[in-house]
Structure formats: structure tokens, C-alpha cells
Design a protein around this ligand. Sequence first.
Ligand code: 5AD
Ligand code: SF4
Length: 348
Amino acid sequence: MDKDGLRMLVNILQQNKDVPAEVWRTLVSHSGVEERENLASMAREGAVERFGNGMYVRALIEIGSYCRNNCNYCGLRCSNRQAQRYRLAKEEILECCRRAAVLGFNTFVLQGGEDPGQSDEWLADVVAAIRAEFPTKAITLSVGERSLETYSMLRHAGANRYLLRHETADDEHYSFLHPHTMSASNRRMCVLDIKAAGFQTGTGMMIGSPGQTVEHLVQDLLFLDKVKPHMIGIGPFIPAAGTPFANEPHGSVDDTLLLISLLRLRFPKALIPATTALETLCDDGIQRAVLAGANVVMPNLTPYEMRCRYTIYDNKINSGCNSEQGLVALSTKLEEIGYHIDFSRGDY
Ligand code: 5AD
Ligand code: SF4
């Protein structure tokens, strides 16, 4: 592809109209090193124009590692006997929020498996307690598939945002990655329900998950075009011990960065995190994601002893920002590339 050809395709992404599958296909499958660099710099320029050189930070609190599901890729799947399980109590979660608030965070992200031990009502109670203590903070939930009624209840309790990756938009690929008790259509319905309940909605997929093809990624991009999410989380697949995919190769860092750039160009306002999975695969993962168009980082504020047990994949980075020191380290990383931490809420 020459530079003009690439520019023409990028123009199509930026028209804010549905992008034809063929355009996505070409961009995903025909971008070599040079094209990727050009896409990253165009994406980065767009992000800087809109967000400046600030990176939004969200305090990630992993509230529990129990899960009733059995996703084939995830270390927390219920049949993984090697997984270490824990549940944070309401007061422990509130403590995390307080620590995060002292450090300057304005968004708390509560993430966990689908744990019947942390029921819908319990969650709503926790959200209400956080909301009462922190009236101006954003509360984000990432706690899986629930009913529309539950999503509405959690929204009314005071949560503002909800993350639920669709994982893959292809029905057959979805079945390959999940047990038969889960379905792609239900997953997509949940994402739409979350939006209908009034949440700023996040979705996304793994890059390089077992069996994933270019056509699957094209379908993912078409799905995102349809949903128009406020937040898009993508990260490389990383094998997890004790799962059926334990010996599969991990997803490509470069492909993840390419997808970040394409998504930034298509969704200029979206909140796109530099994910922990990317950071796990390379030391400068956060920096490279920022330079490819990401605008969010989610430092981990889970209590350290628990954090080691939240192993959705192997070698997950456990450094976090539990202290002033951790934040300084992140800040230094960002400064090295001309960026800084932006503590504001960063709503869509
Ligand atoms: N590698 C990378 N990402 C994973 N996730 C779950 N397991 C893995 C893995 N092995 C992602 C899923 C899920 C998110 C919380 O973590 O996309 O939605
Ligand atoms: Fe549970 Fe989520 Fe892991 Fe699936 S990906 S097993 S739903 S924690």
C-alpha cells in the first residue's frame, strides 16, 4: 500500500459512517511495518488533538476470583483446580476506593468473575455505599453477564460505566472459546442491554485468541461499528495454566497495537486502555499503546496478597499503583514519551 492509498482508507474510517468490511479487511491484513507506523502516528495525532498529552487513569480493583463460567482461555474458569480463589468484602472494597481517592483517582473499576457469592443485590449495595461516600467519582463495573433488570439496578445504585467484552463477534469462534452454556448471541445482547440501561459501555476482544482469523477480526470491527461503544478494551491473548489453551501461543503485540490505532481512527472520542495483557508481554507495552492511540491506563489497586490470585493468564504483571511510588513509576514512563497522568474523570 502506498501512502496515498493508506490515507484514502483512513479517510473512510474518519467519515463517521459504517465502514465497509473490505476496508477493514485490507487494513487488517495488508498493513506492514511502514503502514502500521503511519497508522500509529495518525491515530496518535488524533488522540493528542482531542485529549492532549494526558492519559486518564482508573483504579482497578479486582473484587474476586470466583467464577461460575468455564471460558476455555481464562485461568479463573470454574474447573481450574489450580486457581486460587478469594472474595473481597464490602468494607475491603471501600478501603481500596479510599486508598485510590487519596492517591487522586477519580474512577474506580470493580472487576471480577461471575460469582454467585457476590450476588446482584450485594453488588448494588456495594455500589450504593461507594456512591454515598464518593458522590463525584465515576464507578465502573466489569462483572460479566447479568440481566437487563440487574444492569438497571446497578445503574440506579450509582454505577456509571460497564465493561463487557464481546470476546469475538463470530458465533462459531465464540463456541470454540466458550463452554456450550454460553452463547455469542447472549453475549451481544448483554452488551446492548448494558447500553440500554444507560451505562457508558465498554466492549472489546482479545487479539490472537486460539482459532482467530482475519475474518473474525473484521466481524469484530463491524460489530463495534454497530455498537459504537464508549470504551474499547483489547489485549493480546495470553495462555493460562490449567486451561485447555495452556499451550497455545500468545497473541501478537504488533497486531494489538495495529488494532488500537485502527480503533482510535474510527472512534476518535473512545476511551481505549493500554491493557495489562499488553504490558505483560512487553516492558514498554504501555508506552507503545499510548503511541498507537490509547488514552487510558488502569493501575491495579487490588490488595497485593489478592492480586497474585487474580490470574486470568500466566505471568500477569502484579506491579501496581498501591502506593505513591507506583504512580511515580507510571508517571515517569509516560514522561519518557512526552505524556503525563490526567486524574480527571474522563467521561465519554
Ligand atoms: N488472555 C488475555 N485476556 C484474557 N481475558 C481472559 N482470559 C484471558 C487470557 N488468557 C480477558 C477477557 C476478559 C477480560 C477481563 O480478560 O477478554 O473479558
Ligand atoms: Fe469467568 Fe470472565 Fe474468566 Fe470467563 S473470562 S471464566 S466469565 S472471569
